[in-house]
Design a protein around this ligand. Structure first.
Ligand code: NOJ
Ligand code: CA
Length: 539
């Protein structure tokens, strides 16, 4: 009998990196691919298994690189294909993997394909995009960037027609009814996979195909194409993965795994805002409710769980009432709000309180799924809400308390974005060098938790059970078990101490070890102080 092997991504720690923001290797004020290569040892030290590199392709950067003008090249600011090959090789040498963004849904309007499509109706690229004489088609499709866009159609002077776009007007949607587009995107996949990357985080996958009378999201035709992408991976690049960015309710998200023949992974979008709600309300029921609403996924699939990323903290997948509550609680200042979300980083959202930051990470690491950490959140970096668009959460990584936070040698005025200087989040206080030195820092805390996670594969494969305690709604108890090992984690989401009676949890027959402290547990009556947590393993 063949031994069952756990696919690598089921128990992997992901780390989201923006090359532009990470480290500037040549002193021009812009982080670059060589800069990421130079920092791989740091990433490895944190306990990362797989890097997700944000878009690195030529782009006018209206949407920070999600507006691609050439799919077969690297943005000159960030380096060359040779630099990228070196990054892949060096990542692999350290036993890590790396995935890139695949922007499937749209290109930049500066892409040669769009320019030719606009200029010449007989160009083979004309049909790469979605055109119309009227801006009234597909009226049921929502607008996503509500702060800036008023329609999903924009007028092209050159073509004398409207073209379709789900995001910024400068991001025309590709036409997936055209077989040439379907082939082109597969060739783009092969181009980068041949270089040695380990897969893709596929951007905006719900929107590939439009049909009249629908909201143009999650259509069967879209799923059919995504399955073709998966087939390519299985047949030509086994062991590589596809990770779905589909910001959808659980019942619409589940189909992206299909029968294990579509995506390997998908971001757990609905869970994320409910972790913040649970903390705000000191009541873990929002977490339990959404997990109860979330269908099981095939064995070989895995959720990718996260607290923050490079976008606004999206509140698209919550009710209107919850959105208002979360806005009022976490974004009391208007400027903090953006589209249907919040333009803030993890640490400022939690008032920079170490206990809360550690607690939320502990919860993330205990729940089912492979966690992803957004660069800088491992040291509790701050944000700058006064920068444009989502730039406030995309500022330079803070390496030291020296010039430009150790990010770049350039003059301050040449930095692609200013470093965070204000108040408690200034780079003079929050930086990698200081945290590496301090054994009690957030960095070491997270590193330690990740290490524990890795040593206990029950987190990857085990089933989970969450208990709600009527008397203490703030107590989130998560039990993970795989038949051989059992881990129970307790998290206190409130500012009050919570007593725990282990005998009442049905979890005290055997020897218990405190995983974080590495000590045997002697007492069966415990107290969980405000915003603290306890991870126990049965031995
Ligand atoms: C999702 C990406 O995360 C976001 O940054 C981007 O603006 C949109 N997709 C459009 O590509
Ligand atoms: Ca540079």
């Amino acid at each position: 009998m063949q031994e069952k092997r756990t696919p690598w991504y089921k128990n992997a720690v992901f780390y989201e990196v923006s090359a532009r923001a990470y480290f500037d290797s040549n002193g021009d004020g812009i982080g670059d691919i060589k800069g990421v290569t130079m920092k791989l040892d740091y990433i490895k030290q944190l306990g990362v298994d797989c890097i997700w590199l944000l878009p690195i392709f030529p782009s006018p950067l209206v949407d920070d690189g999600y507006d691609i003008s050439d799919y077969y090249n690297i943005h000159p600011d960030l380096g060359s294909i040779a630099d990228f090959r070196e990054l892949i090789e060096e990542t692999h040498q350290r036993g890590m993997r790396i995935i890139a963004d695949l922007v499937v849904n749209h290109t930049s309007d500066q892409c040669e394909w769009f320019k030719q499509a606009e200029a010449d109706e007989n160009s083979p690229y004309r049909d790469y995009y979605v055109w119309s004489d009227s801006d009234q088609r597909y009226a049921d499709a929502r607008i996503i960037f509500v702060d800036t866009e008023t329609s999903n159609w924009s007028w092209s002077e050159k073509a004398q027609k409207y073209y379709w776009h789900r995001f910024y007007a400068c991001q025309p949607d590709l036409n997936y009814d055209n077989p040439a587009v379907r082939e082109e995107m597969k060739n783009i996949m092969r181009f980068w996979l041949d270089m040695g990357i380990d897969g893709f985080r596929a951007d905006a996958v719900p929107y590939l195909i439009e049909r009249e009378g629908t909201n143009c999201e999650n259509l069967p035709e879209t799923h059919a194409y995504l399955k073709e992408m998966r087939k390519l991976i299985d047949e030509e690049y086994p062991d590589c993965i596809l990770l779905a960015e589909a910001n959808q309710w659980p019942q619409d998200l589940r189909p992206y795994f299909a029968n294990g023949d579509e995506f390997h992974m998908a971001f757990q979008f609905p869970l994320m805002p409910r972790i913040f709600k649970a903390l705000a309300k000191s009541d873990c029921s929002p977490i339990i409710e959404i997990l109860n609403m979330t269908p099981e996924i095939p064995d070989a699939c895995q959720w990718c769980t996260f607290l923050r990323n490079h976008d606004e903290l999206t509140l698209e997948m919550v009710t209107e009432e919850d959105r208002q509550f979360l806005w009022n609680f976490y974004a009391p200042v208007k400027r903090m709000r953006q589209n249907l979300g919040i333009r803030r980083r993890l640490a400022p959202l939690l008032d920079g309180e170490p206990r809360k930051i550690e607690l939320l990470n502990a919860i993330l690491f205990s729940l089912p799924g492979s966690p992803i950490i957004y660069y800088g959140d491992e040291i509790g970096m701050g944000d700058n809400i006064y920068l444009e668009d989502r730039d406030g959460v995309r500022t330079p990584m803070q390496w030291t308390d020296g010039k430009n936070a150790g990010f770049s040698n350039a003059g301050e005025d040449s930095l692609y974005l200013p470093v965070i200087k204000s108040d408690q989040f200034s780079y003079t206080k929050i930086n990698v060098a200081a945290q590496l030195e301090d054994p009690h820092s957030l960095f070491h805390h997270i590193r330690h938790l990740l290490e524990i996670r890795k040593q206990n594969p029950v987190w990857a494969e085990g089933s989970y059970e969450i208990t709600y305690n009527e008397e203490y709604p703030a107590l989130l108890t998560i039990k993970r078990t795989d038949g051989t090992n059992t881990i129970v984690t307790f998290h206190n989401l409130s500012d009050k101490t919570i007593p725990i009676e282990l005998s009442m949890t049905g979890f005290a027959e055997r020897k218990l070890v405190d995983l974080v402290q590495g000590t045997d547990l002697k007492e069966s009556k415990l107290e969980l102080s405000p915003y603290s947590y306890l991870w126990l393993i049965e031995q």
